[in-house]
Write a protein that binds this ligand. Structure first.
Ligand SMILES: Nc1ncnc2c1ncn2[C@@H]1O[C@H](COP(=O)(O)OP(=O)(O)OP(=O)(O)O)[C@@H](O)[C@H]1O
Length: 267
């Protein structure tokens, strides 16, 4: 049956061409369309260089598409806005600011009153387990703690959509599992919508209710896979037969795309 709900995020026929008209022109995204609804957790999976980050940055408004359009709640996206927040792979913290100041940054920029800033910053610092570290600087934190600051900063501005670009790739395996559970917890408690890039099939299946599978460049969404496993998810979820078959399906897709890349001499 057709989905008649109004999507929170809608993108239509997005093309992104870097260095257009030049010898080094790259057609990164080709006619990419999709709809994402409130409360969904959508992961993007595809071979290296297929345009995942380009798509995420375009949805955030950091990259202007060569053609196509993006709407959030029916409003056309012209650039970054308070309804979307990005968590970057390399944390992108300001080293001269403390944990508190980093998390408060977007709220100060938005001109929120001091009292509201304090309440929101402390709420999210507690939620990501960084209470007691408010006065520390980024160089005094581990990789996992820095990533928590990035996540708290993104959540603090109360975005409708959280865009996460391989947020856990720089984190060790144990911290990664804890962070996955924390992000799911925050997403469920705070009813956020998340778009998440990962190279980990297991991570994508564990977190998502939908997975966009992308083709090799020029990147297209070639499958929109629904992960029909109820939340909350636990370690036991990973033992379900359907969990394993989703993983196998994605793995088959990736193997096929990497083989295509290899045949084209790009791998
Ligand atoms: N600023 C840019 N100028 C020119 N080409 C670019 C630019 N940014 C990305 N590209 C190219 O666009 C294509 C898509 O890049 P993108 O980083 O979006 O892919 P990705 O799927 O996120 O890659 P990875 O999985 O390796 O992080 C690649 O061929 C990349 O080299």
């Amino acid at each position: 049956m057709a989905d008649t709900r109004i999507p929170l995020l809608k993108f239509d026929s997005i093309n992104v061409v870097y260095n257009q008209g030049k010898a080094n022109q790259v057609h990164a995204l080709k006619d990419v369309s999709g709809e994402i609804h409130e409360g969904e957790f959508v992961s993007i999976i595809g071979p290296s260089g297929c345009g995942k980050s380009t798509l995420l940055h375009t949805l955030d408004g950091l990259i202007k598409p060569t053609s196509g359009s993006i709407h959030v709640n029916g409003r056309q996206v012209e650039g970054p806005g308070g309804d979307r927040a990005m968590v970057f792979q390399d944390f992108a913290l300001m080293p001269w600011h403390t944990v508190y100041q980093n998390v408060a940054f977007g709220l100060r920029l938005a001109g929120k009153p001091d009292r509201e800033i304090r309440e929101r910053v402390m709420h999210y610092i507690q939620l990501v387990g960084l209470e007691g570290f408010e006065g520390k600087y980024p160089h005094q934190l581990s990789g996992g703690m820095k990533q928590r600051v990035g996540i708290a900063r993104a959540f603090a501005v109360d975005p409708k959509v959280l865009l996460m670009d391989e947020p856990f790739s720089a984190i060790d395996e144990q911290t990664r599992e804890i962070m996955q559970e924390e992000v799911l917890k925050i997403m469920l408690y705070e009813k956020k919508t998340v778009i998440f890039i990962t190279h980990s099939i297991d991570e994508a299946v564990f977190l998502s209710n939908r997975i966009f599978l992308m083709s090799v460049r020029p990147g297209k969404i070639v499958d929109d896979l629904k992960i029909d496993v109820p939340y909350p998810r636990t370690l036991e979820t990973k033992t379900l037969p359907e969990y394993q078959s989703y993983k196998a399906k994605i793995w088959d897709h990736l193997k096929g795309e990497v083989a295509r890349q290899y045949l084209r001499g790009e791998a």
